[in-house]
Design a binder for this molecule. Structure first.
Ligand code: 5GP
Length: 187
């Protein structure tokens, strides 16, 4: 691709703490977040153009057809996709570009040889993950079951990543991710 920056993909089952890790890593101004497009409804506190670009199904489809996405996937009944143009711009500018995407999306990118660092944040074990997801208490039993099933499927794919970081201690996990991506902020 002839770029100067670095692309970092972070995946992991929901409940493994991946969003918290990403938020902390993004404190480094050198690191830029890839704002995905999605068809899912905006949650309270989320801002269009900061957390996601919230699109209608039609708008999303048009972008797929226009080739605007590097990858896109169906996750929990909604569409999600990574936009190509901002990523190219960030990499040209020499930045660390962080994608928080699901395993399907990450493997699509690996499949077309997009160079980057592929990191998987894993829960210490499945019992712990179950507890964390139940503890959130934001899901109906069916949605929770679906999320747990997806988490297990995703967990199996961790071997295809460059590194698996077990989140049994949040601060250690963050420090390890920072070390791996070589961002300025340590510890
Ligand atoms: P949430 O709806 O909870 O924000 O995200 C649900 C899942 O979609 C998470 O696993 C998240 O990593 C994933 N996701 C977010 N953006 C993208 C994207 O652009 N592409 C893909 N493939 N997955 C995404």
């Amino acid at each position: 691709m002839g770029t100067k920056g670095k692309m970092v993909v972070i995946s992991g089952p929901s409940g493994a703490g991946k969003s918290t890790v990403c938020r902390r890593v993004l404190e480094d101004p050198e690191v830029e977040f890839s704002i995905s497009a999605t068809t899912r409804a905006r949650r309270d506190g989320e801002v269009d153009g900061r957390d996601y670009y919230f699109l209608s199904a039609d708008e999303f489809r048009q972008k797929v057809e226009a080739g605007a996405f590097i990858e896109h996937a169906h996750v929990h009944g909604n569409m999600y996709g990574t936009l190509r143009a901002p990523m190219d711009a960030a990499l040209k500018a020499g930045r660390i570009y962080l994608l928080e995407i699901d395993v399907q999306g990450a493997l699509q990118m690996k499949g077309i040889d997009i160079p980057g660092l592929y990191l998987f944040i894993a829960p210490p074990n499945f019992e712990e993950l179950r507890k964390r997801l139940i503890g959130r208490n934001t899901e109906t039993p069916e949605v929770l079951e679906r999320r747990l099933q997806k988490a297990e499927d995703e967990y199996r794919e961790r071997v295809r990543y460059d590194h698996v970081i077990v989140n049994d201690n949040l601060e250690d996990c963050i420090a390890e991710v920072r070390r791996l991506i070589g961002s300025g902020v340590e510890g």
